[in-house]
Design a protein around this ligand. Structure first.
Ligand SMILES: *Cc1c(COP(=O)(O)O)cnc(C)c1O
Length: 379
């Protein structure tokens, strides 16, 4: 048997939605993007949202919109996907790497507190694997320093902490719809905003900085010229080609309608894993998994004594595995910002990601678990 690590869950309904976009012959930025933004806001409980072509773009815009002076610092996890730490670099800001909490893999709040100084302007917590960062405590630490908070929610879609959706605790929450994530549009992202005042600049910045609405306000604009001024726009902000398109949004709208089904399936798979892998001697679950269903996890993983041995054992038997993530400071690009990250350094030698996706079958989980158990017994 071969078991994939991730697999998007797409079917006839998504295909029908794509057909709809073809029939309307409107594939670019259009009404489906707006509809997706509105429904996303309702889903997470944010006043408004801005859709982008990736979370990487969304994270960049979420920092860029504040126009921080170059050279200021942004606190980011030392162990995350590169996109989180690229955002400050795009803006000429310095990433300050924070170690991970040894249990939750989220930001270590003690290390965060030690690293906050007068040059820090923002912090970007990542809800690793879908496990929530304790946002109330994080906000308490950040508030006295006026730090802006951008939640990287790439590993969750609908997860909650203390009854409030992740992505709505900070100033902005950025979600990913890349094909491996909890729900997908092929590629795509979404910025949920706490302050609706950022909607207009963000919408301009994701579209070359073009502000279409200025023509309506333009004082030079006269009634006589009304019919021939439809082409008019103004560019006041440095923008990018970061918009989501209607083709992607059409898929996203269906995936969002199915999100409870998708998250529910992942949750059942998680419970099966936890049950079947109870009592291993040489491995234990990667996260202190919350099992009440409020945290749809993106990663099921283990931490174990001989990670490479388990990885090789599973690979030989057709089970795909992964590692999320090695410390970013090991990459040449981030080496200039390196600092000791003892927890991340130790954990990355122990972690292994096992297959988890909405469509994973019972037999597949059983096969993975039997092979993990066999390896465990042979140690
Ligand atoms: C996947 C991921 C991103 C980037 O998402 P894209 O939509 O592929 O740009 C950002 N942060 C984290 C933690 C991720 O896992």
């Amino acid at each position: 048997m071969n078991v994939r690590l991730f697999r998007p869950d797409l079917g006839e309904r998504e295909l029908e939605a794509v057909r709809g976009a073809f029939d309307r012959a409107w594939l670019g930025l259009g009404p489906k993007v707006s509809e997706f933004e509105e429904k996303w806001s309702a889903f997470v409980g944010a006043p408004c949202s801005v859709a982008t072509n990736s979370a990487t773009a969304g994270l960049h815009l979420a920092l860029a919109v504040w126009r921080f002076p170059r050279g200021k610092k942004v606190l980011v996890p030392g162990m995350t996907f590169a996109a989180t730490a690229l955002a400050p670099l795009y803006e000429g800001l310095e990433p300050v790497f924070v170690d991970c909490d040894p249990e939750t893999l989220g930001l270590d709040l003690g290390d965060l507190e030690r690293k906050i100084d007068k040059d820090c302007v923002a912090v970007m917590p990542v809800h690793m694997g879908g496990h929530p960062v304790p946002m109330d405590r994080l906000l308490d630490l950040c508030a006295p320093h006026g730090l802006k908070v951008v939640e990287d929610c790439a590993h969750t879609a609908g997860g909650e902490y203390k009854g409030r959706k992740l992505g709505t605790w900070g100033d902005m929450g950025v979600f990913s719809f890349e094909e491996k994530k909890c729900m997908t549009t092929g590629d795509g992202g979404m910025i949920a905003l706490a302050d609706p005042g950022f909607e207009e600049p963000l919408k301009a910045m994701r579209w070359m900085g073009i502000d279409k609405d200025t023509w309506k306000r333009n004082r030079l604009y006269t009634e006589a010229g009304a019919d021939v001024r439809h082409w008019y726009y103004e560019i006041a902000l440095l923008g990018y080609k970061y918009n989501m398109n209607d083709l992607a949004a059409s898929i996203g709208l269906v995936q969002l309608e199915r999100i409870h089904e998708l998250n529910g399936a992942r949750h059942r798979a998680l419970l099966t894993y936890l049950e079947r892998l109870k009592g291993l001697r040489h491995a234990r679950p990667l996260f202190p998994y919350v099992t009440d269903g409020t945290c749809p996890y993106w990663i099921f993983g283990l931490r174990c004594d001989d990670r490479d041995g388990l990885m090789a054992h599973l690979k030989e038997r057709g089970v795909s595995t992964g590692l999320h993530y090695s410390p970013l400071t090991a990459h040449p690009l981030f080496a200039p910002y390196a600092c000791p990250l003892p927890n991340a350094q130790r954990l990355y030698g122990e972690m292994i990601t096992l297959p988890l996706f909405a469509g994973i079958r019972e037999e597949e989980i059983a096969y993975v678990c039997d092979n993990v158990s066999n390896w465990d017994k042979a140690q």
